[in-house]
Design a protein around this ligand. Sequence first.
Ligand SMILES: Nc1nc(=O)c2c([nH]1)NC[C@@H]1CN(c3ccc(C(=O)N[C@@H](CCC(=O)O)C(=O)O)cc3)CN21
Ligand SMILES: CC(C)C(=O)C(=O)O
Ligand SMILES: [Mg+2]
Length: 262
Amino acid sequence: MPVTIKYLDECKQHGKPIVALTAWDYLFAQVLDQTGIDLILVGDSLAMAVLGYENTLPVTLDEMLHHAQAVRRGVKRAMVVFDLPFLSYQTSPQQALHSAGRALKEAGVQAVKLEGGYPAMAETVAQLVQVGIPVMGHLGLTPQSVHQLSGYRQQGTSPKSEERIMAEAIALEKAGAFAVVLEHIPANLALQITQKLTIPTLGIGAGSHCDGQILVTSDLLGLSDWHPSFAKPYTNLRKTITQAVQAFCSEVRNFQFPESKL
Ligand SMILES: Nc1nc(=O)c2c([nH]1)NC[C@@H]1CN(c3ccc(C(=O)N[C@@H](CCC(=O)O)C(=O)O)cc3)CN21
Ligand SMILES: CC(C)C(=O)C(=O)O
Ligand SMILES: [Mg+2]
């Protein structure tokens, strides 16, 4: 059974943690989906994780759509969410509608995600939801605002900032968002938001009290050359791949592969 908004709501109600990861291609999406995770995000973090950019700002809507199409082909069960890239939705609700519409029509994703809250984004979310496009919010550390935020610093550390993030979360829920990502905020603030909202919260660097967790897949696999402090590598694929390639090099250079058959 494919994962639906209703299923994610039930997870929250029953205290069953939601598991979410990012993917950028068919191969990884298929492997992840077959493990039974709930949600796959085509995250704009792919700008950094797989395209080698310094931040997420350069990646374009067309580039993201190309990745999303590949991801979609690999997924049968998980909900696929498309991360709207920088400046594909901030200009106006019309622009957001056009970009989100392309993600649903051209890549076949079930939902979109956008960064930010009240007041501008709440209005945009409301308009998308009104035409039947499910929206996931993203608050706290919003990487598309890296320059405005003076780096990838933890957010919600002052009473004023805490209050603002809580207000934005409430505004997103009111606007009709079906879930919200909370990134790099104190665990206690994430707990308060999770208790206050009826929609599920997905945490990344936001403690253990969210309704689910999301990580960048290359960080979980130990494939990235760098990962944020809050990520946990569950294996060291970088090392495994390096060793396999070195073994191949050695066998080719020593005429051991392929086996000689005359
Ligand atoms: N591979 C990868 N994993 C991610 O989780 C991720 C990305 N890329 N790219 C987009 C954003 C950027 N993220 C980040 C990046 C850096 C920190 C980090 O190291 N923060 C430091 C402070 C850095 C500073 O002050 O500039 C910290 O201790 O909070 C956190 C989240 C999370 N996202
Ligand atoms: C980490 C998640 C929430 C994200 O926005 C991304 O991968 O781009
Ligand atoms: Mg993102």
